[in-house]
Design a protein around this ligand. Structure first.
Ligand SMILES: [Zn+2]
Length: 337
């Protein structure tokens, strides 16, 4: 049931060969983190289910115990009474009662005795059935507990291996980014720095209000993008530097809502309406160092190569408004890499 869903892509990925570039690493880290979260959720759900069935079973066992106690109460006096009647009838009052009186009365009394004996046997039978049922339930409970413990141990081991994989990938990614001068929140700890595994949560934040954990710094001081875009940009930058010997010049990147408003009011008509810009999603960069000139070598190189890294020059930026410097990360293009 739950186990089968966990032998899916996460586990397969754990055996996959090491990723080759930053974007690949980031995706691996994201998959690993999601794997841990999914497995942890599955574990919690299973524990809850186990607790529920355990509670039901113990309720049943308690009910059975009560029934058994009641039966024992009845069984005792009944059995005593019948035994008492089978003793020498002349030695007790009931015997006297049985022997005296008319034949009809005696026969009625004898039939009462048979009835009592039958009743006793019935009660003993019921008690035996109840006991068997109780035993069966107790066995079931034990089996359930054992199976659950085994599954939990397996799931724990799985989470462990996922965690190890995640730690390894995040370490690789962190080291690679650190080498490039990008400060990363190591292993997702702490709440104030870039965490490349949290991209999936970005969609829940409004334009211009992305938290620091989802933004990663670019090599250019003060510039930042959403984690996936920033890491893809780092890959793009490596290729660019190989070609031109210098890093890509960045003049603008993520803009908070406040910054968007400031730009909008100082350049009305030129900047996007606050809350609508892809800069506010941490997906857009404005570039310099030659790229800003349409059909420059740098522009042409980017136009030809950026898609390999998930970056595009959107259609509108060719004419309306004409912004050769504006480039965007497209997660759909990025996810095909
Ligand atoms: Zn722009």
């Amino acid at each position: 049931m739950v186990m089968t869903s966990l032998t899916g892509p996460q586990v397969a990925r754990a055996d996959a060969k090491d990723p080759i570039n930053l974007t690949e690493l980031r995706k691996e880290a994201q998959v690993a983190t999601k794997g841990i979260e999914d497995a942890t959720r599955a574990l919690e759900a299973r524990r809850k289910k186990f607790d529920d069935s355990q509670r039901k079973l113990s309720e049943k066992l308690a009910e059975l115990e009560v029934a058994d106690e009641e039966l024992a109460k009845v069984r005792g006096p009944l059995s005593d009474l019948v035994e008492f009647m089978y003793q020498d009838p002349t030695q007790n009052d009931l015997g006297q009662f049985l022997l005296s009186g008319d034949a009809q009365g005696t026969l009625r009394s004898m039939s009462d005795v048979s009835h009592l004996v039958a009743g006793r046997n019935h009660v003993v039978d019921d008690a035996a059935k109840l006991f068997a049922k109780q035993q069966k339930l107790a066995e079931e409970a034990q089996e359930l507990r054992a199976r659950s413990l085994l599954e939990e141990a397996e799931l724990d081991a799985e989470i462990d291996s996922l965690r190890q994989r995640s730690t390894k990938v995040i370490k690789q990614l962190t080291q690679a980014l650190t080498k490039l001068g990008v400060k990363v929140n190591q292993g997702g700890r702490g709440a104030s720095a870039c965490d490349p595994t949290r991209v999936a949560q970005a969609a829940q934040y409004p334009n211009g209000l992305l938290p620091k954990t989802i933004l990663c710094p670019l090599p250019e001081t003060g510039e930042e993008l959403r984690a996936d875009a920033a890491i893809a940009f780092a890959d793009l930058n490596i290729a660019y530097r190989k070609r031109f010997g210098v890093p890509i010049c960045v003049s603008d990147s993520y803009r908070s809502l406040a910054e968007q408003q400031r730009v909008y009011y100082t350049r009305p008509g030129l900047a996007a309406i606050p809350g609508r810009s892809n800069h506010g999603l941490g997906m857009a960069v404005d570039l310099c160092g030659g790229v800003e000139h349409f059909r420059s070598i740098q522009f042409n190189w980017l136009e030809a190569n950026s898609k390999r890294f998930g970056f595009i020059h959107p259609d509108w930026s060719y004419h309306s408004p004409f912004e050769p410097w504006h480039w965007e990360y497209d997660p759909a293009v990025g996810s095909l890499l």
